[in-house]
Design a protein around this ligand. Sequence first.
Ligand SMILES: Nc1ncnc2c1ncn2[C@@H]1O[C@H](COP(=O)(O)OP(=O)(O)OP(=O)(O)O)[C@@H](O)[C@H]1O
Length: 215
Amino acid sequence: MIKIDSITKTFASQTVLDSVNLEIEDGQKVLIIGQNGAGKSTLMKAILGELICDTGTITINGIDPTKDRKKALEFLSFVPQTPPPLKLRVDELCEYSIKSSGSNLSDIKAYLKDLELDYDKEAKKPFYKLSGGMKQKVLIAIALARKSNTIMFDEPTANLDPEARDRFLELLNAKFKDKTIIFISHRISEVKGIVTKVVEMDLGKIVNERRIENE
Ligand SMILES: Nc1ncnc2c1ncn2[C@@H]1O[C@H](COP(=O)(O)OP(=O)(O)OP(=O)(O)O)[C@@H](O)[C@H]1O
């Protein structure tokens, strides 16, 4: 369970997170929505322990990510909005994740296959030379293969074509029903059919929270 209790963060004179309270139960599929600059990515950074808030607390299964980041990150996988320009080859990147997280190559390959990317064909290419959509697929497969119980995606479908987006959602629905999943997206339609709760942010505040029934 993720518990966010009254967090506030101010940069210079701008309050980008303003007394944010949120509880995410195990297995929930949460969409965080809001306009550019609403504070969505900043909230994710706070959950990941990358950002220390001015006030308030966050716990991931009881662990404060700013105090024991290593332990908190065992529970979390994250796919960023912008893939980093890594010079590592795809196989080296996968190897690095396998070593640091205890995942395995056959899972990564299987998820890439589900996303219609042939690992063997791309393995020797430097990551930065892949197309935007291919990079996103590699990062998604690596994140899914980690054994964490929560997966966070910042705009996961931004670089995916409609067919790849459908495959990504099918994969989550088929194999990740038990995981806690947090999406940031501008459109509910991008993650339709999977989300169980929508959290709307505006100017650093949560302005609306609603549950969604998926048939
Ligand atoms: N390190 C920082 N220093 C100063 N201001 C920052 C920093 N990080 C974020 N901000 C500001 O905080 C506000 C919220 O940014 P954030 O990236 O969280 O928004 P967002 O909701 O994710 O937006 P988008 O939909 O455009 O990705 C913005 O006004 C941004 O300029």
